[in-house]
Design a protein around this ligand. Sequence first.
Ligand code: ADP
Ligand code: MG
Length: 545
Amino acid sequence: MLLYTRAVAAPSDLLDSLRRYWGFDSFRPLQEAVVRSLLSGRDACVIMPTGGGKSLCYQLPAAMLAPKTAVVISPLIALMQDQVLRLNEMGIPAALLNSSLGPLEQERVLRDAVEGRFRLLYLSPERLARPETAEWLRSAPISFFVIDEAHCISEWGHEFRPEYRQLNLLRDRFPESPIAAFTASATRRVRHDIVDQLRLRDPHLSIASFRRPNLRYLVRECDLRSQPRLLLDAVRRYAAQGNVIVYAPTIERVERTVGFLAEHGIAATAYHGQMDARTRRRNQERWMTDEVRVLVGTIAFGLGIDKASVRAVIHLSLPKSLDQYYQEAGRAGRDGLPADCILLWRKADAGLLAHFIMQIGDAAERDRAWHRYREIRAFVESGLCRQSQICLHFGETPRWTSCGSCDVCAGVPDWLVAKEAPETPRRKKRNRKGQAPAPVSVAAPASAKAEGAASHIASSGGEASAAVSVEPPSSLRESLREWRRVTAAARGVPAFVVMHDTSLDDLCRVRPRTLDELLEVHGFGERKVESYGKAILEVLRRFPR
Ligand code: ADP
Ligand code: MG
C-alpha cells in the first residue's frame, strides 16, 4: 500500500492542479469534497446534475495519484474518445481500450498501462467483464475504478444497460481498489441499486441539488396545428441568441422537422441512430462549432455532450420518463446563464407511450414503464412548480414551493400562448389552482420573480420579430472561432477539445497580451498555453483594443 499517495492533500495542492491542468480558479460545489474523498481511497457515489462537473471529480485525483491509473467505465465510445483527447490536450496521459483500435495498438495500450504510463484508462463495460481483461488489469497499478453514467446499472433508471450488470464482478476481482460511481440521474431507488450492485463500502455519498436555477421549464400542451408554429417561433427566438436542441420522438420526425425548419429559412442539422457514424459525428461537430445553431435529434443525441451555450432544449413529444426529460432538458444552460426547457406535448403522445408499454412482454419491466409513465404525466399535468416536482422526484425535500420562473409559477410567456388562443379557445380557460389564466401573467420579466434569477431570455414579447440572423459577432470572436476551426481540423480533433466556448468568451473579454496573462483565462492550463498560446496571441494582436 503506497501510503504517501493516500496522504491528505493540502488545499493548495488541489488548487494548483486545478489551475495547472484545467486553468480553472475554483471548485464547483461538492467537487472538492469528492476529490478529497477519492484521494483518501474511499468508495464514492456521486449524483450531480448534467453539467455539474462530474468528470473533474475523478480526473483531478487520477492526475494527482501518479504513477497509478484510474480505470474509467463509460457507456459510449464517442464519449470516451472525447475525454481522452481532452485529457491529453491538458497534459494528463490517458488512453482508451476498445475494438476501434487495431490489434497492435491494443497491444501497445495494454503494455503501456501495465507500465503505469496513463493516469486514466477508459474501458467499455463489456471489455472490463472479459476474464482476460481482469487478469491483465491485475498487473496494472490501479488507483481506483470509476463507473460513469452509473444509473445504467439499474433497471429502474431510464437507460438500463445489461452490460453494466457485469460490473458487479469488480468488487470480487479487485477487493483492494476503491470504486466511485457517478451519475446525473438517480432517484433514491436507482441510488440504492447502484450501491448494492457495485457493493460499495461505506461510500462517500454526494448528492447535489437537482434544482437548476438558471433553467426555466415551460410545459405547453398543444395540438397538431399549433405545435409547428410554436416550434418555429421558439427556434427563431432562441437561435438568435445561442444554440438550440430540438428532440423529436422518431427518426422520421427528425428528418421532417429539419425539412420544415429549412422551408422557413432556418438551418438545422439532424442527428439520429440510423445515420452512419461519420455523418452523425460531422453533424454534431457543425453544431458544436456553431456553424449551425439548431440541432434536431432523437434521444440518441446528447449523452456527454458538453456545449455551454445552449439557450433552449425543445421537446416535441412527451418523454418516456421524468429522468429522461430532466437529463435531456438539462443540456440547456450549462454555462449558468438563463435558458429555457420547452416541452410541447400532445395528448396523443401519452396514448402512444401507453401503446408501447402494453407491448412489453416482461411483467416487471412493464410495471416499471407504467410507473415512469405516471410520473411524466403527473409532471406535465399536476399544476405544481416544475422545478420542485423534479427535486421531489429525485428524493430532495425542497424548502421552497415555487421557483418563480416555470410556467406554473410565472405563467407561459405570451409568444407561447397568444397565437393559439383563437384556434383552440378551450385551452385558454385552463386554470391551475385558481390562478389567473396563463395569458395574463406574461408582463413581468422573469428577473422580477423570486430567487433573483437572471433575466430570462425570450421571456417578454418585446423581441418577437422573426429575426433569425444573429447580430454580427465581433470580428475578434469570429477570428478566434475560425482559428479554432482550422486548428481542430488540422489536428483531427473536435473543436471543443482545442478550446471550449466559455474560454473563447473569456479570451474576448480579457484579451491577454502575454502568455502569463493567457494563463489567467478560463480553461487555459499550462499545457494548453504551451500548445496554442503563441498562435492565439497572434490572432489577438490583429485586433488592438
Ligand atoms: P457532467 O459530467 O457533470 O455533466 P462535465 O464534467 O462534462 O459535467 O463538466 C461540465 C462543464 O463544466 C465542462 O465544460 C467543465 O470543463 C466545466 N467545469 C467543471 N468543473 C469546473 C470548475 N470547477 N470551474 C469551471 N468549469 C468547470
Ligand atoms: Mg459526464
